[in-house]
Design a protein around this ligand. Structure first.
Ligand code: COA
Length: 240
C-alpha cells in the first residue's frame, strides 16, 4: 500500500476567501469541482479539502510511479461522499481521487484550524487498511513531543543522509515524529529507522523509509504547513 497525506493550516492569511479567486479556481479545479465548491455550505472549506486531496494523491502517485509526474492539479479529479459527522467536534469525509487510470482513496478530517487528508493506493480491504495505515496530525510546538526540542538537538538525532533533505524547522520536526512513530509501530529502536529522500529540489522529494541502512517494507508520506506537521505510513505487511 502506498500512502499520501496533506495538511492545510486554515489560520494562514492566504486561506480565507480563496473560493472567490476565479483564476485560482480555474487553474486548480475541474468544472465539476468548481460547481461543488460554489454550491457548498462553506466554499473555502470545500476548496481546501479538495486541494489537500489532490496534493495527497499526487504524493502517492509520485511514489507509485517511482518519480514525480508534473503536477497539474486539475488532472487529479476529486469525488467526495457527503460529509458525515463523528461524535466529537472533528468531521470526517471519505472520497477518491482519480489520476489517469489510478484511483487513490482519501479521507478528510477537519476542524477550525486544519484540513487534513490521508490517502492510499492498493487493492486492500478497509480492515487491512486500518490495520496497516497509521497517520498523525500534530502541532509543531506540541509541549513534550519528541520533536519539541532545540533544532541542534533534533538535528543530532538524524543521520547525514536524512538531514540532507531537511530545509526548515517543520521539515526537521516531521521527520523526527514520523521516524519515532514508525519505530514504535515496528517495536524497534528508533536509531534503526531513517527517512531518506532521492536527490532533487528541496521540498519536492518523495521520502522513503530505510531500516538498518536498507529500504524497508514501509511507505511514508510527510506534510507540514504553518503550525502543523503530519505523517502517514503503511506497513506493507500487517505487523503483529
Ligand atoms: C508534493 C508537493 C505538492 C508538496 O508540497 P506542499 O504541499 O507545499 O508541502 P507539504 O508540506 O504538504 O509536503 C512536503 C513533503 O512532501 C514530500 N514530498 C515532496 N514532493 C513529493 C512528491 N513528489 N511525492 C511524494 N512526496 C513528496 C516531502 O516529504 C516533503 O517534505 P519536506 O519538504 O520536508 O521534504 C510539492 O512538492 C509540489 O508542488 N511538487 C510539484 C511541482 C510541480 O510538478 N510543478 C509543476 C507545475 S509548475
Amino acid at each position: 500500500m502506498i500512502v499520501g497525506n496533506d495538511v492545510v493550516d486554515l489560520t494562514d492569511a492566504r486561506v480565507p476567501g480563496k473560493a472567490s479567486d476565479e483564476r485560482f479556481l480555474e487553474r486548480i479545479f475541474t468544472e465539476e469541482e468548481r460547481v461543488a465548491i460554489g454550491a457548498a455550505h462553506d466554499p473555502d472549506l470545500e476548496l481546501w479539502q479538495s486541494w489537500a486531496a489532490k496534493e495527497t494523491a499526487y504524493k502517492a502517485v509520485s511514489k507509485l510511479r517511482g518519480s514525480p509526474p508534473t503536477f497539474a492539479h486539475h488532472t487529479f479529479v476529486v469525488s467526495w461522499s457527503q460529509p458525515n459527522e463523528r461524535n466529537d467536534a472533528t468531521k470526517l469525509r471519505a472520497g477518491s481521487v482519480q489520476f489517469e487510470s489510478t484511483i487513490i482513496g482519501v479521507e478528510a478530517t477537519w476542524d477550525r484550524q486544519t484540513v487534513y487528508v490521508v490517502g492510499w493506493v492498493g487493492d486492500i480491504t478497509p480492515e487491512a487498511r486500518d490495520d496497516r495505515l497509521n497517520s498523525r496530525l500534530a502541532r509543531l510546538d506540541e509541549p513534550g513531543a519528541t520533536w519539541s526540542a532545540p533544532r541542534t538537538e533534533l538535528e543530532a538525532r538524524l543521520t547525514p543522509r536524512e538531514l540532507e533533505a531537511v530545509h526548515s524547522g517543520a521539515s526537521l520536526a516531521v521527520r523526527i515524529g514520523a521516524r519515532a512513530a514508525i519505530a514504535e509501530a515496528l517495536a524497534i529502536d528508533g536509531h534503526r529507522v531513517e527517512i531518506v529522500c532521492a536527490p532533487g529540489k528541496p521540498g519536492r522529494r518523495p521520502p522513503a523509509v530505510w531500516l538498518d541502512g536498507e529500504p524497508a517494507p514501509v511507505d511514508v508520506s510527510l506534510s507540514h504547513d504553518g503550525d502543523w506537521i503530519a505523517w502517514a505510513f503503511a506497513l506493507q505487511r500487517a505487523h503483529t
